[in-house]
Design a protein around this ligand. Structure first.
Ligand code: SF4
Length: 286
């Protein structure tokens, strides 16, 4: 039986004690261990990350990994998937990454429907740079760059992804790892762009554990039809990343449609390049 222990690395974990990233890390490891039991070849899994506290996750899971640059996780994971469609590609990004610096890449990934999973560690603050506001910080947020309180209203990434055409749109909470694991597993199995926004308290600069624990509730199967786009928008609007009494978590929307990689490659698997091949391609084209 595969255990999460087998997915541990020698890297020393440098997240602050109590960080919500731990819930995301333990969840992705558990999900990969479970999927291995179901037949997934872990040598075909690639994790990629951007820049920020979240990014260290790729050091802490023993699978293939790729460190990207700030906000630019979607382009490399698109390239990885197109270069080798057999790979299971999972991108991790922070909220500053995904909804600030790289928002255009995120929108086009959803629009194209590239067959990858994209997990946002949304702590609603720039933690690594010690507490500046991000696109999902609430109005009035006081941090290093907004000592008088942010005058901006937050972005709602669930509504954004629904509008952009994502076929799998979900929200999890790092404080509910079992629920988060179900979302991750469903996202990885989904054929198409699977977007998961994870509410991830930053224990040091924006501790939201109590806030979320008092407000989150699960969208449960049977009572909620995740194929209904209008219903998804209605639930997405229930909480606008500011104040609010109830915060839905779960799969807001899931439908499958042809993926970008399927349409572009039309069943062709690009040949595995050897150094000699690369030289001949370069000589031909340069
Ligand atoms: Fe986690 Fe915040 Fe510490 Fe970064 S600064 S490791 S997000 S608690």
């Amino acid at each position: 039986m595969t255990t999460v222990k087998e997915l541990e690395t020698y890297a020393q974990n440098t997240w602050c004690p109590g960080c919500g990233n731990f819930g995301i890390l333990s969840s992705i490891k558990k999900v990969l261990a479970d999927l291995k039991e179901e037949g997934l070849d872990l040598s075909k899994v690639v994790l990629a990350s951007g820049i920020g506290c979240h990014a260290k996750i790729v050091d802490y899971v023993k699978v293939n990994s790729f460190y990207s640059i700030h906000g630019r996780v979607p382009p490399p994971i698109t390239g990885i998937k197109l270069a080798n469609p057999e790979l299971v590609v999972i991108g991790h990004a922070g909220d500053g990454d995904a909804y600030g610096e790289g928002i255009e890449h995120l929108i086009f990934s959803a629009k194209r429907n590239i067959n990858v999973t994209f997990i946002v560690h949304n702590n609603r603050v720039y933690g690594l740079t010690t507490g500046q506001f991000t696109p999902t910080s609430p109005s009035g947020f006081k941090g290093r760059s907004t000592p008088g309180g942010s005058p901006e209203d937050p972005l709602n990434p669930i509504e954004l992804m629904l509008s952009a055409g994502a076929g799998f749109v979900a929200r999890g909470f790092a404080g509910k790892p079992k629920h988060l694991q179900r979302l991750m597993k469903a996202g990885i199995k989904h054929q198409g762009f699977a977007f998961i926004d994870v509410l991830q308290p930053c224990f040091t600069f924006y501790n939201t554990y109590d806030f979320y624990n008092q407000r989150v509730y699960e969208l449960t199967e049977g009572e909620y039809d995740s194929s209904d786009r209008e219903a998804a928008f209605a639930r997405a609007g229930e909480w606008a990343y500011g104040e609010g009494e109830r915060i839905p978590i779960g799969i807001f929307y899931q439908v499958e449609r042809p993926t970008y990689d399927e349409k572009l490659l039309k069943g062709r698997i690009p040949g595995k390049l050897k150094p000699g091949n690369i030289r001949s391609i370069l000589e031909k084209h340069i």
